[in-house]
Design a protein around this ligand. Structure first.
Ligand SMILES: Cc1ncc(COP(=O)(O)O)c(C=O)c1O
Length: 430
């Protein structure tokens, strides 16, 4: 990490320009300055190679943002890069269908347990919106129960706090249910008989399913004639090449994939039982110019084959376990009030404080000290195949130093004073 200088001048200049011409300054909330300590964190990355990234000021970092979870193998991974370059020679988007659409669809149907048919789209939000429309068209019902975040589109943000611009007529068409709260689901099915089209939920986030939650949720849906959709935008190709549905052995009616499908190229899909697609085909309209864009499909094919052939997922779990165990040992040994939680393929550093204000300050201090030591992470950490043993060793060294600073700060009761910028500001939008 010798190229790391903690300089953010160019980042700050770009941000000033961005705020003048880009609403919110960023296209994705989770790339914005609020995810780190504003003023200390870099705001703009220029390059990623392997497991490292470089910011516009020339600082180099070991990276765990992993393209906001979209990169499983690593940045510029050879096999995927070659597939994209080769495809580029033959065009990016032609006026008729390309064979890659068929090949990648077949590959997904061979790989993902629930997938008998698919539709390709571009973003995670596209895929969950498609699933919502299919659920409603299939059941002839209007209500959808949703989990946390499924993208920015009207059907799901209608249930959020930031729902300006979404017609009031649909505000009550989607209901939020907390993960693991089976009782709430049972109550909703009783409260709205024959009105619930289905549930869309991540198969897992941070905490494991309790008391057979996934199995019971599926049974509940089917008992009431509703569909179960897993939002596997984050878990897909990471928990298992066949998704978290394989890992937990609970096969939903449909599932949505995005992020990890093409090692950072823009592709998503909704996949599910043939009978569901066949029943709605011809009655719903889904059609988009770039749905068959070939660079992303070529990337997806190379990415999925590589993950399968090299058993990449096993490696991700191993690296994630090293990080999680290493971090928690360090927090114990230093007495820092921090913890590393989550599944090894999707980790989170939290404080041990129940008070969110205290929590955010200590977490911010930890992130600040880690980024100053050349390790870039946001609120989640995603291991990539190209993270090396050396990366993990250096990361844990940085964690130890940051944890000791956190411990001293809590001992001296001056956590807030030690922050060199604005603390992490994860605005609740849901
Ligand atoms: C679980 C989940 N679903 C859906 C989405 C939306 O994906 P996208 O940002 O590609 O539209 C996200 C994005 O972070 C997500 O985490």
């Amino acid at each position: 990490m010798n190229a790391h200088r903690n300089e953010t001048k160019k980042s700050e200049e770009l941000w000033q320009r961005a705020c003048n011409v880009i609403m919110d300054g960023t296209q994705l909330y989770s790339k914005g300055p609020m995810i780190g300590v504003d003023g200390v964190y870099p705001k703009y990355l220029r390059k990623g190679k392997g497991s490292h990234v470089w910011d516009v000021d020339g600082n180099e970092f070991i990276d765990y943002t992993s393209g906001v979870g979209s990169v499983v193998l690593g940045y510029g991974y050879e096999r995927v890069k070659d597939a994209i370059s080769k495809q580029l020679e033959d065009g990016t988007n032609l006026g008729l269908i390309h064979p890659l659409e068929v090949e990648v669809a077949e590959l997904i149907c061979e790989t993902i347990p629930c997938a008998e048919k698919v539709r390709f789209l571009k973003t995670g939000a596209d895929a969950t919106s498609a699933a919502a429309r299919i659920m409603r068209a299939y059941t002839g019902r209007d209500l959808i129960i949703k989990g946390e975040y499924h993208g920015w589109h009207d059907w799901c943000m209608a249930a959020s706090k930031r729902n300006a611009g979404i017609p009031e007529t649909i505000h009550n068409s989607v209901i939020y249910a907390e993960y693991n709260d089976l009782k709430k689901l049972e109550e909703l099915f009783l409260q709205y008989p024959d009105r619930i089209a289905g549930i869309i939920m991540e198969p897992v986030q941070l905490d494991p399913p309790e008391d057979n939650y996934l199995v019971k949720m599926k049974a509940l849906c089917h008992e009431h004639g509703a569909l179960l959709v897993f939002d596997e935008i984050v878990t897909g190709f990471r928990f298992d090449v066949a998704g978290a549905q394989k890992y937990f052995n609970v096969i939903p009616d449909m599932a949505c994939f995005g992020k990890g499908i093409a090692n950072g190229m823009p592709l998503s899909c909704v996949a599910g039982r043939r009978e569901i697609f066949d029943r709605v085909q011809g009655r719903i309209f889904m059609s988009t110019t770039f749905g068959g864009e070939m660079l992303s499909l070529a990337a997806a094919k190379a990415n999925i084959l590589e993950i399968k052939e090299k058993n990449i997922v096993r490696d991700l779990w191993k690296k994630g376990e090293q990080l999680k165990e290493g971090a928690n040992t360090i927090f114990r040994e230093t007495g820092a009030d921090l913890q590393c939680k989550g599944y090894p393929v999707r980790l989170l550093i939290l404080s041990t404080y129940p008070d969110p204000r205290q929590d955010v300050l200590l977490r911010s201090l930890f992130l600040q000290e880690v980024v100053k030591r050349g390790v870039l992470m946001a609120w989640q950490m995603f291991p990539m195949y190209m993270h090396s043993e050396e990366d993990i060793r250096l990361t844990l060294d940085a964690f130890r130093q940051a944890a000791m600073i956190c411990r001293n700060a809590t001992d001296q009761n001056n956590v807030a004073d030690r922050l060199e910028g604005k603390p992490v500001d994860w605005i609740e939008v849901l």
